[in-house]
Design a protein around this ligand. Structure first.
Ligand code: COA
Length: 164
């Protein structure tokens, strides 16, 4: 069974991430979508919320599972017997950071392969931050995120605006 891990912060998951996950799910028997926890990265959504949104968005797909991890990625990979890490490459600007991470992960665990997939061109300019910024200013982001994320963003910013 060929297993790949697709790690990310997913704060929140966007249609660009979903595009990559679905492409990867056609290549591997199982995809583990991994919500990574950075102790010092401030996120809008809690880990539980990020996992829940991913689960809801991908519930139709039997070979895709969602998990979370607060350690080093390669330790998770070893635990799950995955053989590859999947990452999306949106533009040249992603390359340097991805290259550095790929080489470090391979240094830490030489058996692992890192696979880069390109999203559909309509998602190349998408990022979680841009989506959050648009939603914060009340703009419609329904074309960029799954329905559940759109709903949660509206709730989150409604609550934040009510507080201030
Ligand atoms: N579509 C839309 N957006 C995408 C995307 C796609 N296909 N691919 C990446 N992005 C965006 C994300 O939304 C995010 O946007 P933001 O910065 O506006 O939030 C940005 O690109 C990068 O996000 P992501 O892909 O989630 O990567 P990350 O930098 O948040 O996460 C980890 C990197 C989690 C994979 C990495 O830090 C890690 O492995 N952490 C575990 C600890 C570890 O092992 N560290 C050593 C690594 S060598």
């Amino acid at each position: 069974m060929k297993i790949a891990v697709y790690p990310g912060t997913f704060d929140p998951v966007t249609n660009g991430h979903i595009d990559i996950i679905l492409r990867a799910s056609k290549i591997f028997d199982k995809i583990l979508v991994l919500v990574a926890i950075h102790p010092d990265k401030k996120t809008l959504f809690s880990v539980e919320e990020r996992v829940k949104m991913l689960k809801e968005s991908l519930k139709k797909f039997k070979n895709i599972e969602i998990d979370y991890w607060d350690g080093i990625l390669v330790d998770y990979i070893k635990k799950t017997n995955a053989t590859a890490i999947v990452r999306g490459m949106r533009a040249i600007s992603d390359f340097e950071y991805e290259f550095q991470m790929a080489l470090m992960n391979r240094n830490l665990f030489p058996e692992i392969e890192i696979i880069f997939l390109f999203p559909d061109e309509k998602y190349t300019y998408l990022s979680s931050s841009i989506v959050k910024e648009l939603a914060m200013f009340g703009k419609d982001v329904s074309n960029f995120v799954p329905d559940i994320v759109n709903k949660k963003l509206k709730e989150k910013f409604r609550r934040k605006n009510e507080k201030s």
